[in-house]
Structures are given as structure tokens and as C-alpha cells.
Ligand binder design. Sequence first.
Ligand SMILES: Cc1cc2nc3c(=O)[nH]c(=O)nc-3n(C[C@H](O)[C@H](O)[C@H](O)COP(=O)(O)OP(=O)(O)OC[C@H]3O[C@@H](n4cnc5c(N)ncnc54)[C@H](O)[C@@H]3O)c2cc1C
Ligand code: SF4
Length: 512
Amino acid sequence: MSGDLTGGPAHRPEQFDAIVVGSGAGGGVVAAELAERGRSVLLLEAGPHRSAADHMRWEAHANHDIWFPVAFAEPQAAGEPPVPLFRGRCVGGTTTVNTKVALRPGAEDYEKWHAATGLVGDGGEPFGEADLLPHIERVEHRLGVRERSDWQTCVHTVEPGFRALGAELEPVMSYTDPNCMRCGSCLQGCPTNAGKSTLNAYIQPAVVGAGLVLRAGCEVQRILIDDTGSDRAQATGVQYTGPDGEPRRAGAAVVVIAAGALGTPGLLLRSGVPEIAGGSPSSRQIGRNLGFHAARLVAGLFAEPQDAHMVYPISAHCMKFQRDADGGFLVEAATVQDPIGFAIGVCDERGLPMWGEELAAVTRRYRYVSSLLTMINDENTGTAFLDERGRDRYTCNFNERERERLDRSLKFAREVLEAAGAQRVLPTGVVSTHLQGSCRMGSDPERSALDSRCESHDVARLFIADGSVVPRTLSVNPSLTIMALASRVAELIDADERGYLTGARATQPAPA
Ligand SMILES: Cc1cc2nc3c(=O)[nH]c(=O)nc-3n(C[C@H](O)[C@H](O)[C@H](O)COP(=O)(O)OP(=O)(O)OC[C@H]3O[C@@H](n4cnc5c(N)ncnc54)[C@H](O)[C@@H]3O)c2cc1C
Ligand code: SF4
């Protein structure tokens, strides 16, 4: 399904209170919450609109239908491999295909945000938990975040390995409801709606109950910016391509970009923000500081079947090394890639890709695999930019500290699996599914693209509400934080301190 799902006029010039671009963790929340506060909102999503009834465990089909083709961060150091970057492309964005772990930022994360961009909160103090907690709690309540202690065989198998190394596995918090049947197909979209996404928890209720206008299959090409006045340039709408390939325009009092940390910088650059801003320091921040939360799957091959593909994928984690001083990484258990992903990603003990008979032999033992997922605290050393042909490109350039964390986390995971009795330990290369920070918020325009309200320093009425605003990569899975920041943006836009929304409300405010 794609196109105008609410029967609205396709070609007539339109005007909204807000246009939101991208319907993932950030965009889905900000669009729904603004609509539920009585604002007229158009939500544009490049990917298709699929629902639980469409989702099935067909890995190749889902990869093609509701995921972006894999992008790569190109290494700046000679001899390094590129880092594959994964994200969803559908209504609900990456929340439709993710594993639903819901973790709050740690105290050290907030400290790093302030250090990175001078970010201060509403009271003028360094931005901290008090600034975000009400939004985190609101999102947790709406998603029904709960503990997952229903560990299956594959977790019980690795748990003694953690204990042997003096570490502990704990249950994760997750946005999956009790209807979760542990089918293991979260990455293809949840077929029961037990797995929450911005589609089923925010967008669908707001379309039905609050008049949110959702258009899927609509890719935004440019932000429309008026820079003819004597004041600061201002966003006035967007130009997008409809499902029929025809160009369209829509206008709004505020434009919220939430195309993800890989999509948002390119959109701002294509729209000419740096040129309009005369190359200001803040506009030069667009696309810098891309963070990866660089990850690795480390597979243990065991003598007994683990059936890690038939569980809720991540029900336990080890937080012992979360802080930089303690190591700077997390380990999640237990997870297995879907069969195609497993066969493509698995490497031998030396970290080299496997081929031919060896790969076939390992893949045949898929049911015997229990994997750990390691993720390191990174320091936002990547970039997003447009090449000479106007294409989105990305770089990575891990520093010494990041490399050390990558090595330490791999060593720890290997030792855990060996202590748990794994016959072989087979890691993947470094990948990223938690992209953040390419258009960061801050109170210092020299070091941030957006102000502390997530509005562009350079273009008025232009807000960002996705992973790109995170000033420094989190030490935890990022979706809960991204949703909470988006909820804060919705509240700030609705409060309308700067008088952008002059129109009357369509309905009475009814915040989530
Ligand atoms: C396999 C996997 C598992 C994960 N598991 C977890 C987890 O357990 N817990 C957790 O916290 N996080 C997890 N994440 C990460 C989390 O889902 C993302 O960090 C989060 O969804 C990012 O939110 P976002 O709003 O920045 O972008 P997204 O959610 O990616 O949304 C961006 C949206 O914008 C759309 N878009 C892009 N360009 C345009 C355009 N030009 N016009 C219109 N639309 C556009 C995209 O199609 C997409 O729908 C996982 C990610 C992956 C890939
Ligand atoms: S494991 Fe649970 S949350 Fe994941 S797809 Fe299956 S039912 Fe949905």
C-alpha cells in the first residue's frame, strides 16, 4: 500500500501546521503527538505502508521491501573494511524492523552530550536526566515497556560463560507486549503487533483518532526555504515525489525532518542550508560527527541445538562494561541473524569471510548457534556527505580508543562463549544499526547544527527529530532516547514560544 491513505487531495496546494519527513522512531512520535494536540500534520514517508498482516518470516523479501539497501561507511584508514549500515524503509521506519530493546541513557551519556556541544536544558543547567525523564516516561508508558525474563535455551547456554568471567546477565527492558509468541521474526516486522513500533503505537492511532495525514511512498527531495526577507531564512514546506513519480509541494508553518541519521544530513545539504547560511559554523556541522555504536555479532557453535532463531531475539544483556572507564561496551544475549544474514556475515576465527565447504558446513549448523551482540561507545568519528554526483556517502575513521573497545568487546564475547562450552567462536565484521549524531543539537553553534530545541541555528521553523540530533553516541540502544527527544520536540513546537503556529487548533489538545 502506498500513496495518500486518507483520501486527501493529491495535487492541490496544501498547507499544514507541520510537515514531518520520515516516520521512524523520531518522525512517528513527533507527527502523532502534534496531531493529537490538535495540529494539522502531514507525515511523508519514502517507504511503503505495511502492517502486521503483511509481515511474515521471509527474510529476502523483507530486506527488499521494508529495508533500505545496505549502505557502507567508507574507511579512511588504508586496509580497513567498510562498515555496513542497516536501517528500515517503511512506515514506522527502523522501529518496524528492530528488536525493541528499550534502555534509558546513563548519567555518563548526558555528561558527554554537554561536553560535546555545550547543550543546556530549559533551566540553563547542563542538559541532564531531569530534562528528558518526563518524555522518556511518557514514551515508555505508550509503548508498554516491560522486562523480558523469559529466557530460552540459547540464553541459558551462554549465561554460565558470563558468570565464569565474573560478569552477570540481566533481563532487558523491551517494547514487546505479552502476546509476543517468540517467533524470532522481529527483523521482518512483527506479525502479531506484540512488537511495538511507531506505526502501531503512534501513527495508526493518530491517523484514525486525530486526523494525522499519512502519505507513504513519498520521498522528500528538498526542504523549501524562503531566504528573501531581511530576517533569518525560514522553512516553508517541502518538495516531494509522490508514488506516481510526480513532483509535489506542500507548505507548513514548521517543517520537521526525521529521515534518520543517514538521510537527514543529505536532505539539508541538497536543500542548500549551508549556502543559505553563508557557510556558518553551525551549517558546517551538518553531516559531521556521525556515530555508529559499532557492533559485532559473535556466534558460538554449540554441541546441542540452540534454536536462537525461534526466540524473542534479545532478552538479556551484560551492562558491566557500559561506562568508558569500565570498558565502554555492552553485550546482548542471545541473538542469531536470520539465515541469509548469518551466511553472509559469518567469519572464521581469524575474522576472515568463509567460502565453499566450510561456509556450507557452518551454515548447516545454524540451529546450534547462540550469538552475542557487542556494541561499543564510539566517539562520532564518521561523516555523511554528498559526493560530486549528489549521492549520499558516508565515512568511518575509528580512533585508538574506539579500536581498543572493539578489540576488548570481541575478546570478552569470545571468552564468554568458550567458557560456556562453544566448540567454535565465529564473529562477524563491524556493522552499525544504531546511527546517530550527524546533525547534532547543542547550545554552542560552533559545535552543533541545531539549537537545544532541535531547531536549525540557521533556518527558522526547521526542526530535526531523529537519531541525527543525539550530540554524542549513546552507551545504550538509542530508540527510546530518540523517541523521547522527538516527544520533547513535539511539546516545544506545540508550545509555540516563537509564534510559528498562528492557526487555530483543529481539535482540543489531547496529549498522549
Ligand atoms: C536490526 C536492527 C535492530 C535494532 N534494534 C534496536 C533495539 O532493540 N533497541 C533500540 O533502541 N534500537 C534498535 N535499533 C535502532 C533503532 O531502531 C534506530 O536507532 C531508530 O529507529 C532510528 O530512528 P530515526 O527516527 O533516526 O530513523 P528511522 O527509524 O530509520 O526512520 C527514518 C525514516 O525516514 C524515512 N526517510 C528517509 N529519507 C526520507 C525522505 N527523503 N523522504 C521521506 N522519508 C524518508 C525512512 O524510510 C525511515 O522510515 C535497531 C536497528 C536495527 C537496524
Ligand atoms: S518475537 Fe515477538 S515481537 Fe518479535 S516478531 Fe515475534 S511476536 Fe513479534
